[in-house]
Design a protein around this ligand. Structure first.
Ligand code: NDP
Length: 249
């Protein structure tokens, strides 16, 4: 995995667990690479024998310009998984997010997404392509409008994050990282709604949702699902998804 910062990443332990479960003698390392260094990093990592790379903040957009991206990643403008030998790239954040909704929130449901940053882009595109009705609220409304314009998706940008008729509320902001609250009241949400925060573990957002009686999902299932899809892309075998999720609990 390349990015900056990288030392906090749980991906090495997750992929180590996957390789162990599959009986494969591979290793997965987190390597700090700064913006502007992607071309050199790809060349050096290939020479060192690396087969695949995950890409995290702030390099997903930069990497997209050095690889042949599939249709989804190209439309997102962001690549998080690279097949180094062929210089092909995909984005597993969006499809991985959909994996985590299976059995809980079916396509056709109304989703309110908070945030319009990098992860919000992949999730918004995946949701709309899969048939969900998407509303986006962002602190800076202009950024949400830019997101739907650049992705060419049908979604409603709202200035007031009302929850009365939503089945899923996704917090794709970084507010929880700083333990900051968002301007929403779960008292208005249907009791059957699900609150989903991309951050790992507890957050003020999930605590408020749980207090209002909503089901909650944190960011760990997404980390595991996007990692599983990366592994399947590199190796062409089914990923041990349960072992991967367990490794990051
Ligand atoms: P970005 O920096 O690209 O975007 C940040 C977003 O958060 C913007 O929409 C910004 O709004 C909003 N925001 C930040 N602070 C506040 C606040 N106090 N109140 C309201 N809105 C706020 O971040 P990313 O998209 O890269 O990451 C978002 C979150 O997702 C992070 O917490 C990250 O850790 C998590 N994540 C989890 C993953 C997983 O696998 N579980 C994968 C990737 C990310 P504005 O436009 O107004 O500035």
């Amino acid at each position: 995995m390349i990015g900056d910062p990288i030392s906090h990443s749980r991906s090495p332990q997750m992929h180590a667990a996957a390789f162990q479960a599959l009986g494969l003698p591979f290793s997965y390392n987190a390597i700090r690479v700064s913006s502007g260094e992607v071309a050199l990093a790809l060349e050096r990592l290939l020479a060192l024998g690396y087969r695949g790379i995950n890409v995290t903040v702030p390099l997903k957009e930069e990497v997209a310009s050095f690889v042949v991206a599939d249709a989804f990643a190209a439309r997102c403008g962001a690549v998080n998984t690279v097949d180094l030998a062929n210089l092909w790239g995909i984005n597993t954040d969006g499809p991985g997010f959909l994996d985590t909704l299976k059995g809980a929130i079916p396509p056709g449901a109304t989703v309110l997404m908070l945030g319009a940053g990098g992860s919000a882009r992949a999730i918004a595109l995946a949701l709309v392509l899969d048939g969900y009705n998407l509303r986006i609220y962002n602190r800076t409304t202009e950024r949400a409008l830019t997101l739907i314009r650049e992705l060419s998706i049908e979604a409603e940008v709202v200035e007031n994050p009302a929850l009365q008729d939503v089945q899923l509320i996704v917090n794709a902001t970084s507010a929880s990282l700083n333990q900051q609250s968002l301007p929403i009241s779960f008292a208005q949400a249907p009791r059957s709604a699900v609150a989903y925060d991309l951050v790992y573990g507890d957050s003020p957002f999930l605590a408020a949702a749980a207090q209002a009686g909503l089901r909650t999902i944190d960011g760990k299932p997404l980390l595991a699902a996007q990692g599983a899809r990366s592994l399947e892309y590199w190796l062409g075998v089914g990923a041990p998804r349960d072992a991967m999720l367990e490794a990051i609990q």
